[in-house]
Every structure is written in structure tokens, then in C-alpha cells.
Design a protein around this ligand. Structure first.
Ligand code: FMN
Length: 380
């Protein structure tokens, strides 16, 4: 085994002293397959167990922290104490296979399907609808209502509550989902946040809500867990909309997040090697390079994005990134890490085999969505 492969499989100690057995993480991926009552289904437990023995850490699909934050059909609930047994089963399915279990916590804001939230009432930082493919932004059904100050405070508290549920359910940590256009990002974005109070305006003011959630989650962790409890934060570096988050905005956010005592930061990217779009001097430089430079080793960064082969993973680590998440590739080949560790890289599968749903242990709703979305997964 060459040195670069060994490095990828070597252990890594997080800032809070927790040791990860290798540098590979499973990216959070929604599976649309939970029970009607919001509990995790057996098919989902089997799906996770199948993917939790190679990587060092599994970040779950996102769970919603309040009923008006439910973002997906078949999403599991993390908003009430009755869910602790369900959340515990999921934590155990992951931990029993040897990986750390991280619960991703989320509110969908203006991106929720109206039929999933109470009174079909979407909420966000302001009343600006999201751009959705095939839907007019004039459609009143997708126009969100701007949250009142009190409601904002309640949602911040709800992120803390879900963190307590995660602690009681035995998770090793939580990841705050500040990426992919959902509520936390909606507050950071000048597209969705037009507020003129303490939560909106300058880039610093737009950070108020994300940072308040970090503070609240950390307060709950101090009160209910030991320092080994992991708190990560995920963000999307840029938005295509005008106005929208620029790379320059994100470097300011990350510079602040790096001072907060988080256990890790996690960028959300479709392509690991993508370059910055705007808001920085050099748009031929990759986002990862910009982020690593700004973070300057103050907190570990997890990279991600279209990594399928072992060669691609080794190239990603050459940037100096300490940890790498694999998403679609672990759906396509759940044994990726084991194959690399056992010198069987040539056996790694990088295109979805459409005859192998059972063998790959993929729940029906997730399988149907993947196989009906041409171009999303290689081989489909
Ligand atoms: C089926 C699917 C569901 C996803 N759900 C989530 C999610 O719940 N939370 C999240 O932060 N990202 C989610 N993502 C994004 C992935 O975490 C990841 O960033 C993206 O797929 C790029 O990595 P990859 O090329 O290795 O798949 C999802 C991706 C896929 C393919």
C-alpha cells in the first residue's frame, strides 16, 4: 500500500481529543424512507448498518427540529422527546458497526414542501420565495412568511433541544446543517434575508442567527454531555442568485466559526475541486484552497464532492484537507473503504448497478428517487 493510501487510512484526533480511526466520513444523505409517525424505519437502519463499518464517522440524513421545518417526505423527526427511542436505534445501528454517529440537525425554512408543514405555512428570514425548478416564484403556495423575533428565538432553542435528544439517544455528536439553502443558510443569504433588525443587513448581522444556534447547541452540550461530544457545522460556500452568498461572505463566516470552539467544519460542494465563483480576487483558485487558507488549521475541515475512485480521494487529500466525506459513492459501493484497506481498489464500483438494490441495501423510496433522476448518480 502506498504512502498516500496509508495516510488516508491513518487515525485522526479531533480538537476535543476524540480519535477517528481513519480520514473517511459518510456524507449526510436524506433517504425519504422513515415511518409516517416520524420514527426511523427498519429499512433505514439496515441501510446505515451496511455502510458504517469502513468509515470513521457517519453523518446521518438531516432531522427536523420543529414541525414547520420538515423538509422532505419520509424525513425522520428529531423534534420531541418521544423520538428518543427511534433516534437511539439509529445511533446504535451506526455505532455497532464501529463508526461514530453524528446526527445532522436542520430546519428547511422556505424550502419545505408546503404540504408537510402546519397550515401549509412556510417560514423564513423574509418573505422571499425560493427559486424552485418548474415552479413560478409568484405561486402564493411557496411564498414564505417572515419569522417574528420570538419565533426566531424558539427555533434557536429547538436546535438546542434536538441536541439534547441526540445526547440522550447516545450519539457521538451533532452537525448543524447550515448548508444547501435551508433555514440557517437563508438567514446568512442576502437573497432570502432582507431583514432590517439584528438578524439582517451587513454580512456580520446575517451571521447572527447561525452563530446563535452554535452558541445554543454548545450551551446544551456543556450542560448535558462530556467534552468528547462532537459539534460540527456544515455550510455551502456560494449561491448562484444575485444577490446571493459569495465566496468572500463565506470566508468571513468561516473565519468567525473557526474561533467558536467547534469540533469540525464541513463544506458542502458538488465538486471537491470547484473554483470560487465571485467575491474573491482569484476565481481560478479552488474553494477548498481558499477555505484551508482562511481556517489556517484552527479547526478541521471536511471536504466532499464527486469523489468516486481511490485516486480521486488521494488527490483530494493532497490539498491538505484532514477529512474527506463520501456521499453517492457509499451508496454505490458500501465496501469502498474496506476495498482500499485490503488492496482491492480494482474492485471498487463507481457506477450504480441498477440490478443490485437488495444487495446494496437501499430503501425503496431512496432507490426510486435515485433511479428516476437521470444524471444525479453515475450509471443512472
Ligand atoms: C441522496 C442524497 C441526499 C442528500 N441529503 C443531504 C442531507 O440530508 N444533508 C446534507 O447536508 N447534504 C445532503 N446531500 C449532499 C451530500 O451530503 C453531499 O454533499 C453531495 O452528495 C456531494 O457529495 P458526493 O459527490 O460524494 O455525493 C445529499 C446527497 C444525496 C446524493
Amino acid at each position: 500500500m502506498n504512502q498516500d493510501t496509508q495516510a488516508m487510512l491513518s487515525s485522526y484526533t479531533l480538537p476535543n481529543g476524540v480519535e477517528l480511526k481513519n480520514r473517511l466520513v459518510m456524507a449526510p444523505m436524506t433517504h425519504w424512507s422513515s415511518n409516517q409517525d416520524g420514527t426511523v424505519s427498519d429499512a433505514e437502519l439496515d441501510y446505515y448498518a451496511r455502510r458504517s463499518s469502513g468509515v470513521s464517522m457517519v453523518i446521518t440524513a438531516c432531522t427536523y427540529v420543529t414541525p414547520n421545518g420538515k423538509g422532505f417526505h419520509g424525513q425522520f423527526s428529531g423534534d420531541k422527546d418521544e423520538m428518543i427511542p427511534s433516534l437511539t436505534k439509529l445511533a446504535n445501528a451506526i455505532k455497532n458497526q464501529g463508526a461514530k454517529a453524528i446526527l445532522q440537525i436542520f430546519h428547511g425554512g422556505r424550502m419545505c414542501p408546503p404540504e408537510l408543514v402546519p397550515n401549509r405555512e412556510l417560514v423564513s428570514a423574509s418573505d422571499v420565495p425560493a427559486v424552485r425548478p418548474g415552479v413560478s416564484t409568484d405561486d402564493p403556495d411557496i411564498k414564505p412568511r417572515s419569522l417574528t423575533d420570538q419565533e426566531v428565538e424558539e427555533i434557536i432553542k429547538a436546535f438546542g433541544k434536538t441536541t439534547r435528544l441526540a445526547i440522550e439517544a447516545g450519539y457521538d455528536g451533532v452537525e448543524i446543517h447550515g448548508a444547501n439553502g435551508y433555514l440557517i443558510q437563508q438567514f446568512f443569504s442576502p437573497h432570502s434575508n432582507r431583514r432590517e433588525d439584528k438578524y439582517g443587513g451587513s454580512v456580520e448581522k446575517r451571521m447572527t442567527f447561525p452563530l446563535a444556534i452554535v452558541d445554543e447547541v454548545q450551551r446544551v452540550v456543556k450542560e448535558h454531555a462530556t467534552p468528547e461530544f462532537i459539534v460540527g457545522y456544515r455550510f455551502s460556500p456560494e449561491e448562484p442568485e444575485e444577490p446571493g452568498i459569495t465566496m468572500g461572505d463565506t470566508l468571513k463566516l468561516v473565519d468567525t466559526l473557526a474561533t467558536k470552539g467547534l469540533t469540525y467544519l464541513h463544506v458542502s460542494l458538488a465538486d471537491f475541486f470547484s473554483t470560487a465563483r465571485r467575491g474573491v480576487e482569484d476565481t481560478s483558485k479552488t474553494r477548498i484552497d481558499y477555505l484551508l487558507e482562511t481556517i489556517d488549521n484552527r479547526v478541521p475541515l471536511i471536504g466532499v464532492g464527486s469523489i468516486y475512485s481511490a485516486d480521486e480521494a488521494r488527490n483530494a487529500f493532497k490539498t491538505g484537507i484532514p477529512l474527506l466525506a463520501l456521499g453517492r459513492e457509499l451508496i454505490i459501493d458500501p465496501d469502498w473503504v474496506q476495498k482500499v484497506a485490503e488492496n482491492k481498489e480494482h474492485e471498487i464500483v463507481t457506477k450504480l448497478d441498477k440490478t443490485k438494490q437488495q444487495e446494496l441495501v437501499i430503501p425503496d423510496p431512496l432507490w426510486n428517487i435515485i433511479t428516476n433522476s437521470p444524471g444525479w448518480f453515475p450509471g443512472v
